[in-house]
Design a protein around this ligand. Structure first.
Ligand SMILES: [Zn+2]
Length: 149
């Protein structure tokens, strides 16, 4: 049964594939370089989330991983956690270790699905936002402090 649409139609993975495809479609320019993440709350304290390294418009069911939310939330609450602890939390969060990891941005999705009480979360990197954040000259990246003027 799907938790995304109340059980009307497809599996969560199939629905996330469709959402990912729609948001990542090139003609929309919503996902620069096909970047973005989609996730859905599943039962038993887990979420299904797009794996790192997959592209929005090309993601298939195998590009999603199920992770335990508690592992991600625990590392978020650990003020002393560094890269090794985050990496370990991600590895430990996988319900079915399949050789793929969730995106590091899954931490944001975990918060939205728990504290935010969302059922589905999607975010993209729209071309328009990336353009407005780009500095006038490539060598000024290092001096750019903000993309908001
Ligand atoms: Zn992102």
């Amino acid at each position: 049964m799907s938790h995304i649409d109340g059980g009307r139609t497809a599996s969560p993975a199939a629905e996330l594939v469709e959402i990912s495809y729609q948001l990542g479609s090139e003609h929309r320019d919503w996902a620069s370089v096909a970047e973005g993440i989609v996730s859905a709350l599943l039962g038993e304290g887990s979420m299904l989330v797009k794996a790192s390294g997959s592209r929005m418009r090309d993601a298939g069911p195998a590009d999603f991983v199920q992770v335990r939310l508690a592992n991600l939330l625990e590392v978020l609450d650990d003020a002393d956690a560094g890269d090794p602890e985050v990496r370990a939390a991600f590895d430990g969060s996988l319900v079915h270790p399949v050789g793929r990891r969730p995106s590091v941005e899954s931490l944001l999705h975990a918060v939205c699905l728990t504290d935010g009480r969302a059922r589905v979360v999607a975010h993209t990197h729209p071309v328009a936002v990336n353009v407005s954040c780009a500095p006038a000259a490539p060598n000024s990246w290092t001096s750019a402090r903000s993309c908001v003027s």
